[in-house]
Design a protein around this ligand. Structure first.
Ligand code: NAD
Length: 471
């Protein structure tokens, strides 16, 4: 596969794709190695994963060189690599505490029976990840799955594949790790082969692909942990601090050029502060800059995926044709072959427009006024998505009451996108934004086990006559 460079639009990298047979072979090897990985114990797995963190730290310059070409970002790539190191160490630290005691206990419903709980990890977990944070999202489920005693078949996105070689080098430098963690290279076909050769799937990506993978997993009768797209709303109440709110909102909508699943994509502002909010928002957005020339600094990187630019343009055109007004940005610019969009404030929007109902995945801030809280909640919930959301308001109790009524898994109060900073809160993705256990918190680790109960009878086993009819 020929791979595009997001900064200059050139196809300057060739990805060697794994065939279905190669994926199947990798899976068989992992399957054969899983028993030893499990019986070596938790301490051994922690030791191996901590060595991976140390190796990534040692080789972070090489990883950075490739990851930053993949994404066209420098500062965010540094943060992403540090985030991965922190993720591995954090998971290693918490594993023992999460596993808890293995003591047997007496059954409440049958006190002569002792219950011994065991946890049985899946043998091969398939991890399929997207391009927007290529390395972090490749490892976010991989690390807890490995710690649980699973082996992992990992297929990162074909859109941003350059970081895979240095990551593979890191994996091979840690003794024993490449026996239980295998990278698969390629696109949809290789992804399908991963689904067909795994015992459980962790997928991060679009709703459309998530549905296909969910359907295939249902056919194969294996669990699918799906983390999909969003159209996150923010409700900005009448007493919200406009300065703080606009700062948080711009960071969330336009940070990483809006290419984050938990980016805010719809802003509902109380009518009493709408004009002032829009004025301050526009001033601050006008002060943000592109980093199209690294040497001159700037904040917003390029749009990574060419097709995403088409989606953004189509949504803006649809909104304009239905009466929306663009206040800032609005034009995807081709700068030296890369595609760029300045943060784009749009008003005059409503829910007949794709811009308010479909995922945009770009730095676009559509703003709509609301009359009362009930209307705001109704608008926020008028979506097929339910990933995350924000509520801003001086009265925290009121803001929390509003948050409780939003159909989404992670709600930030007086901030935005906190789910990308806080990893110890469990949250599900609601509606079409995902399916099955929380990726964050304790469940993010415990979901890789099936629970087994050993039921030990210490009394006398009863006989068939306990079922004799009364005469
Ligand atoms: P995508 O669905 O196009 O692709 C994701 C991955 O699936 C890629 O590795 C791709 O090769 C693979 N794939 C494609 N078709 C497949 C198939 N039929 N079978 C198996 N694998 C297949 O998504 P994308 O464009 O790479 O990523 C952007 C999307 O990811 C956005 O919708 C974004 O919201 C979402 N996302 C969600 C989260 C979250 O935590 N909820 C985080 C980041 C991104």
């Amino acid at each position: 596969m020929q791979i595009r460079n997001p900064r200059n639009g050139r196809y300057d990298y060739t990805l060697e794709v794994d065939s279905a047979e190669q994926v199947s072979h990798k899976a068989s090897t992992l399957r054969a190695n899983q028993k030893e990985w499990l019986t070596n114990g938790t301490d051994h797995r922690i030791e191996v994963l901590l060595k991976l963190a140390a190796t990534i730290e040692e080789k972070k310059d090489e990883l950075f060189d490739q990851l930053s070409i993949d994404t066209g970002r420098r500062k965010i790539s540094h943060i992403e690599i540090e985030g991965v190191i922190g993720l591995i160490r954090g998971r290693c630290y918490s594993v023992k505490y999460l596993l808890g005691s293995e003591e047997t206990r007496t059954s409440v419903t049958n006190p002569t029976v002792q219950i011994k709980q065991e946890r049985v990890p899946y043998h091969v977990v398939g991890v399929i990840s997207p391009w927007n944070f290529p390395m972090l999202l490749a490892l976010i489920d991989t690390v807890p799955a490995l710690l649980a005693g699973c082996t992992v078949l990992l297929k990162p996105s074909e859109v941003t594949p350059r970081f895979m070689d240095p990551l593979d080098d890191c994996i091979h430098q840690v003794p024993g790790l490449s026996d239980v963690l295998s990278i698969v290279r390629g696109g949809a076909e290789s992804g399908k082969a991963v689904v067909d050769n795994s015992d459980a799937i962790c997928f991060t990506g679009s709703v459309a692909t998530g549905k296909k993978i969910g359907a295939r997993c249902a056919e194969r009768f294996i669990p699918a942990f799906l983390e999909l797209g969003g159209k996150d709303p923010a409700i900005i109440l009448a007493d919200a601090d406009i300065d703080i709110t606009t700062d948080a909102v711009i960071r969330s909508c336009a940070g990483a050029t809006g290419q984050a699943c938990q980016s805010l994509e719809r802003l509902y502002v109380h009518k009493d502060i709408y004009s002032q909010f829009l004025k301050v928002l526009t001033e601050k957005v006008n002060a943000t800059t592109l980093n199209s020339d690294y040497e001159k600094g700037g904040t917003l990187g390029p749009l990574i995926f060419e097709k995403q630019a088409d989606t953004i343009v189509a949504q803006l055109e649809d909104a304009i044709s239905k009466g929306a007004k663009i206040h800032t940005g609005g034009q995807v610019e081709n700068i030296n072959g890369g595609l760029w969009l300045k943060p784009t404030i749009v008003t005059g929007v409503d829910h007949t427009m794709d811009l308010m109902t479909e995922e945009t995945f770009g730095p676009v801030l559509p703003v709509m006024a609301f009359e009362n809280v009930e209307e705001a909640i109704e608008l926020a919930n008028d979506s097929i998505y339910g990933l995350s959301a924000s509520v801003f308001g001086a009265n925290e109790e009121m803001a929390c009451q509003v948050a409780s009524q939003i159909d989404a898994g992670g709600i930030s109060i007086n901030d935005a996108s906190l789910t990308n900073q806080v990893f110890d809160a469990e949250k599900n993705s609601f509606k079409e934004s995902g399916l099955n256990g929380s990726r964050m918190g304790a469940d993010g680790f415990l979901r890789f086990f099936r629970k087994k109960a050993l039921l030990i009878q210490r009394g006398r086993a009863s006989d068939i006559h306990t079922q004799d009819e009364e005469v």
